[in-house]
Structure formats: structure tokens, C-alpha cells
Design a protein. Structure first.
Length: 371
């Protein structure tokens, strides 16, 4: 049996140790608190209205933005982004993407106007993406992230939605986004799957107020065969464009890992209505155009290291009636896989000769991927 004096002694020792651990724990949490970044002055919210999808070529309005960083380590800097047209674009200072932090932690810089602004506290070796649909998260050189809305009323965007099509999960695009040099407003209400599982995309509204449709696969698939079975699109107006592509939301316009099947006449009555493209499109070896007859069609591309083979079949590849309309093998500029995902979009090409007059709709019966 342990005597009471021993119990008292052990209790006193335990109390001293408890106080020690509490005090050292408090001291440790104070000294190891994570660095932070915050805003103290924010510019107005403004959506862009430029007729180019290359951020570097836009003549943006600019304003001053200010903030403060705490507990930043030597060499760490700030990277600023502004969000316009559905993408975050880095805000350069005299050609450089970095802003130095002054003594005591304040920083100040110039940004092009957008609807939101983001500040990243980064390590000296961090290489920020020029454009991105989603901001980098903490880790891999990013120490802290802060996001703020621009001052004043911001546009109210419809919420994206998730849908299932052909056994895959897709998400809808929302808000103003540039596609092929034309600015469209993408509305999730223009996308749905019917009771048979077919995917519907619609351009709705009226002249000057059109809204478009886009879905994107929620994961990357990489090399393999991508196949899309499409119902008759011969009814599409010349300025309505259906695109079946891979596209990377991070990088620059010259490196989007983009492979395109484009169905439409690009605003002209007599244009070919199918284009195969390995971007950039302006390289002659990366572009093929032809005419496709009316009716159901199946479009595919087989993506392999160093080459991609595009093919269009009249009808379904699962029936004997299907015949090859065109096929082409590209070996120039073929990208390697990375963060790309499949995108299916129906939108208005505003730069053509014949403006859109009516609502348009397309139906994709099936998407298949074969490794």
C-alpha cells in the first residue's frame, strides 16, 4: 500500500510537469504559427471586355492593391492574381510575377482589374502558372493564400452543377469565359442528361444575350482513344460551334495540351464543318478541315506518344453501316499528358460573317475512353 506522503509527492511532481508542458506548448504554438498573407486595400471589381483570349495581349485597366504578410521567411515573396473570364491571370510587375515584402511585412503592387483578387506567399524557387482555372493550394512552394472579392457589386454567377454522362462525372462551366476568341456566358441550365443518358447542350437566349453550354470531365485520362457519338448537327447555324477537346486549365495559351474536334462553320455559310486541330491551330501541319454529311457521326482521336490519329465515321462505330469520312495522323507538336481533361462545349463564335439568329441544341449520345 502506497502511503499518503508518497501520493502527495507524486501529485506535486505531476503538477509541475503539467505546468511545464502547458507553458512549453503555448510557447511552441506561438513560435511555429504559420505565415499569413492578407489584403489592406482592394481595387474595384470589374469583368473584362476584351476580344482576345491571350491575357498578355489585353490592354487592361489597372489599379493599386496592398496588403501585409506576417512571419514570412527571408526570400519569400508575393504573387498576385486577378480573375477575369473564368481564369486567374498572374499580375506582373515590370515583367516579373513577384512582389517583394517590405520590412515589417507590408507589400504593394499594381494589378489588372478583375472580379476577384488572390495573393500567394511563395518560396523563392516557386514558379507561378501564368493562367489557371483553379488557384494553387498551400504546399509545393506555396506558403499561404488569400482571396478577396473586388470592391463594389460583383456579378452574380449561376452555381456549377455535377452530372453523370456515359459513366463519368462532369462539371459545368459557369460565367463569362473566352473560347476561340469569342466571349460567351456559360449557363449550367443549358446542360442536362435525359432519361436515356444522352447529353444535351444548348445555346439559349436571344441576339445580344446568348448563353452557352460546356461540361468538363472531373479527371484527366491521358493517352488513349477518345470517342464521341453525336447526333445530326447539320441544323447548326454558321456561328454555332460544337467542340470536343482536351484542355488543360493551367499554363499558357500555347501549352494547353489541346486536341480539338470542332464541328461548325465558324460564322461563314460555305466553310468546311469539321476541323481537326493540334493546337496551336496556326501551324499548317496542325490543322485539317473537311465537310461531313448530315446524320449521326462518331468522332475520335487516338492519342499516343508523338502522334494523334483523328477519325470521323458517318453513323456509329458500333454498327456495320458506319463508314470513315475522314482520318488524319498528326505528328507535329503533339503534347504529352498532364492536367488536361475532356471538354464538350456549344457556344457562339462572334467573329464570323453571319450572326446567330436562333437558339441551337446538340445531343451527344455517348462518350467512350479506351486506354
Amino acid at each position: 500500500m502506497v502511503s499518503r506522503p508518497h501520493i502527495v509527492a507524486r501529485t506535486a511532481t505531476f503538477s509541475v510537469l503539467l505546468v511545464y508542458f502547458v507553458l512549453t506548448g503555448c510557447q511552441s504554438s506561438t513560435t511555429t504559427s504559420a505565415p499569413t498573407v492578407a489584403f489592406s486595400k482592394v481595387p474595384a471589381a470589374q469583368e473584362s471586355h476584351y476580344e482576345t483570349d491571350i491575357i498578355e495581349d489585353r490592354d487592361y485597366k489597372r489599379d493599386t492593391i496592398e496588403g501585409r504578410s506576417t512571419r514570412a521567411r527571408p526570400g519569400q515573396r508575393i504573387v498576385l492574381y486577378a480573375k477575369t473570364d473564368g481564369r486567374w491571370g498572374v499580375c506582373r510587375q515590370s515583367g516579373q510575377p513577384f512582389i517583394n515584402i517590405e520590412a515589417e511585412g507590408p507589400w504593394k503592387a499594381s494589378v489588372h482589374l478583375g472580379i476577384q483578387y488572390a495573393a500567394l506567399l511563395v518560396d523563392p524557387t516557386y514558379n507561378p502558372p501564368e493562367q489557371t482555372e483553379s488557384l494553387p493550394i498551400v504546399g509545393n512552394g506555396v506558403v499561404a493564400v488569400a482571396v478577396v472579392n473586388g470592391e463594389g457589386p460583383a456579378p452574380v454567377l449561376p452555381s456549377p452543377k455535377i452530372l453523370n454522362f456515359s459513366g463519368y462525372e462532369w462539371t459545368t462551366s459557369t460565367g463569362p469565359i473566352f473560347r476561340a476568341g469569342s466571349r460567351n456566358f456559360f449557363d449550367p441550365a443549358n446542360v442536362w442528361a435525359d432519361e436515356r443518358g444522352a447529353l444535351h447542350l444548348r445555346i439559349s437566349g436571344s441576339p445580344g444575350k446568348w448563353t452557352a453550354a460546356e461540361v468538363k470531365l472531373t479527371r484527366s485520362l491521358g493517352y488513349g482513344t477518345y470517342r464521341f457519338q453525336v447526333r445530326d448537327v447539320s441544323h447548326l447555324e454558321p456561328s454555332a460551334l460544337l467542340t470536343l477537346i482536351t484542355w488543360d486549365g493551367v499554363g499558357t495559351e500555347s501549352n494547353r495540351r489541346e486536341l480539338d474536334v470542332e464541328l461548325g462553320r465558324w460564322g461563314y455559310l460555305d466553310n468546311d464543318n469539321v476541323h481537326y486541330v493540334v493546337q496551336p491551330y496556326y501551324v499548317p501541319a496542325n490543322f485539317v478541315a473537311f465537310r461531313m454529311p448530315a446524320g449521326v457521326s462518331t468522332h475520335s482521336f487516338r492519342w499516343e506518344p508523338g502522334q494523334v490519329t483523328f477519325s470521323t465515321v458517318a453513323g456509329s462505330v458500333n454498327t456495320d453501316a458506319g463508314r470513315v469520312v475522314d482520318q488524319h495522323v498528326f505528328t507535329s507538336g503533339v503534347p504529352s499528358p498532364g492536367g488536361e481533361s475532356v471538354r464538350i462545349a456549344l457556344y457562339v463564335f462572334h467573329q464570323g460573317q453571319i450572326p446567330l439568329k436562333n437558339e441551337n441544341e446538340v445531343i451527344i449520345d455517348k462518350f467512350e475512353y479506351l486506354p
